[in-house]
Each structure stands twice: as C-alpha cells, then as structure tokens.
Design a protein around this ligand. Structure first.
Ligand code: BV8
Length: 260
C-alpha cells in the first residue's frame, strides 16, 4: 500500500526538479486518457472488442487480411475519442507548457496517444509519435481521406476513397516506421533535456520506451507518473505513484505553476 507521506515527499522532490529544469520533455501514454474514459491498451477493450488484441489488430498485416474488421475497430475507437473530454491531467500539461514558455524553458510534449486530447486541452506543437485516429488517408496514395464528422460513424466498411482505394487511419501500426519528423523532434528533445516526465505509459513500446533510458544516460532526471510501477521505475529520480489527473495538478501547484 502506498504511504501518503511518500507522495508528499515525492511531490516536494518532483516540484524542485521541475522548478530547476533547464529543458523538459513529457512523454504520455494511454494512462493519461484513462480518466477521460478511453480504455488503455492494457484494459480489456469493452464489448465487441474484448476478444481482440490491439497488438494483433494494429498491424499492416491485419489490415491487409481483414480491412473490414480493422477499420470497424478504428472507427469505434475514433468515435470514442471524439466523445471523450480532456481531463485535469491533460489540462495540467498545457499549463506546464505555458509556464515553461513564460520562463524561456524549452518544453516538448511527446505522445503515444492517438486521441488528440492534448490538443483539445490547449497543448500546442504536440508530437504525435504514433499518429492520430482522428485523421485517415488513402492507403495507397497517402492522400487525406475524411471520415464522417463525429458522432457520425463511417457507413460502408471497409471505407474506400474516391479512387476506389482502401482508406486507413493515420496511425503508426506495429512494424511501421514512426513519422520521420516526429522522430527528429523527439531525438533532439530527448538528447538535450535535463528532465523527462513519463506519464501514464507502461513503457513497453519502442522506440518511445527507450527515451527515458537515453535521458538517464546523459545525466537527465526521469520522473514517473503512474499508479503502477513499470520497467522505467528503476530509472526514476522521483515517482508520483497515482493517477495523472490527480498527480499532475498537485505537482504543478507544489511547483508554483499558476493557472492550474
Ligand atoms: C518501429 C497506434 C521500426 C496504433 C501504437 C518486431 C517487428 C517489428 C517491430 C518490432 C518487433 N519487435 C519490437 C518491435 C518494435 C515495436 C515494439 O515496440 N513492439 C513491442 C510490443 C515490443 N515497435 C514498433 O513496431 C514501432 N515501429 O519500431 O519501427 C521497425 C520497423 C520494422 C521492424 C523493426 C523495427 C511502432 C510502434 C507503434 C505502434 N502503434 N499505437 C493504435 O493505437 O491502434 S502503439 C500503442 O500501444 C500506443 O500508442 C502505445 O505506444 C502502446 C500502449 O502503451 P501505453 O500507451 O503505455 O498504454 P498501456 O495500456 O500499455 O499502459 C497504460 C499505462 O497507464 C499503464 O502503465 C497504467 O498503469 C497507466 N495508467 C492507468 N491509468 C492511469 C495510468 N497512468 C496515469 N494515470 C491514470 N489514471
């Protein structure tokens, strides 16, 4: 059982690290959107999708073999993301970005999430390492393809573009390269920051899962915000063992980041 006094000490320690930072990188995962009622990958997907494994469905091979099932799954999730609202964890990171900008402290928000809740919370220049479910494209030409405006579902599956090609979500599937621009920004930020905040990620998926190690190797301090321990915990200079919707606002209040 986590001792609340540990949390108080961890908040003090983390606030001091944030206040003294010369450059901050934040990496978020599905956990920051859990309090917006978007299931994490580790939670069983609800209803129809409970028996499907995201790692099996989120691949080019699955799309090639069964584009209907894959696009139905993504449209179900797209609408789920559209009806979700940013939570206090997302809002706190937007406030942290503004506070860093006011102080001239470099700040980069890297997300593995595809739900666009950071942008809806007011974060800017969000680096979407794994793309977004809200945008789709022609699977052959890469041209943008617009699904119906939420809450309207896609009508015909698998969706096809005016060229008759299959349409796919603009996400990065397992086995696909990350967008080069995103990788470039992430590499530069991870290589130069002195504080790395890992929020709501099980740290299992690469290359994102390797960023904390890289920061730690060049002497940066890693902070973990997660109700559970992860492979990253051993690297952490401080751990906020709890929900990001509670811990991030508490951290920013303790660090004196106004407007949270
Ligand atoms: C790549 C978009 C180069 C799609 C995602 C063999 C062949 C090919 C590649 C590989 C291979 N072996 C390894 C690899 C690399 C592979 C990989 O890492 N695999 C893993 C499984 C080992 N990576 C890739 O393929 C990447 N590309 O490497 O290209 C390459 C190419 C070819 C060959 C070799 C190399 C691409 C990876 C991107 C995949 N796309 N998403 C979609 O969404 O459908 S990944 C997806 O899953 C997410 O984006 C995220 O990255 C991951 C889920 O992780 P989390 O976000 O951490 O979520 P999770 O549910 O796991 O954990 C939630 C956490 O939140 C928990 O810790 C929980 O405690 C916590 N939590 C819960 N509630 C809260 C909370 N925290 C705070 N507050 C709360 N309230």
């Amino acid at each position: 059982m986590h001792d609340p006094s540990d949390t108080e000490a961890a908040l003090d320690r983390t606030a001091a690290i944030v206040r003294s930072a010369s450059g901050i990188v934040v990496l978020t995962g599905a956990g920051i959107s859990a309090e917006s009622r978007i299931p994490t990958y580790r939670d069983a997907m609800e209803g129809l999708w409970a028996s499907f494994d995201p790692q099996r469905l989120a691949t080019p091979e699955a799309f090639a073999a069964d584009p209907e099932t894959v696009t139905r799954w993504y449209d179900f999730r797209r609408l789920r993301c559209a009806e979700a609202e940013p939570n206090p964890g997302h809002l706190a990171l937007a406030a942290l970005q503004a506070w860093c900008a006011a102080r001239g402290t470099p700040f980069t928000l890297l997300t593995q999430n595809v739900d666009r809740l950071h942008q809806r919370a007011g974060s800017t220049d969000v680096v979407e390492l794994h793309g977004t479910i809200m945008a789709w494209r022609d699977a052959e030409t890469g041209e943008p393809w617009s699904p119906p405006e939420p809450p309207e579902p896609i009508r015909d599956f698998p969706p096809r573009t005016d060229r008759g090609h299959l349409a796919r979500p603009d996400v990065v599937w397992f086995g696909e390269m990350l967008p080069p621009a995103a990788v470039g920004i992430a590499s530069e930020a991870v290589g130069s920051c002195d504080v790395f905040l890992s929020v709501g990620t099980s740290s299992q998926v690469y290359p994102a899962a390797g960023f904390a190690e890289a920061v730690s190797r060049h002497g940066g301090r890693v902070i973990e915000v997660n109700p559970e321990s992860t492979p990253l915990t051993r690297l952490a200079a401080a751990v906020l063992r709890g929900r990001s919707g509670a811990m991030l606002p508490a951290l920013l209040a303790r660090a004196g980041v106004v407007g949270v």
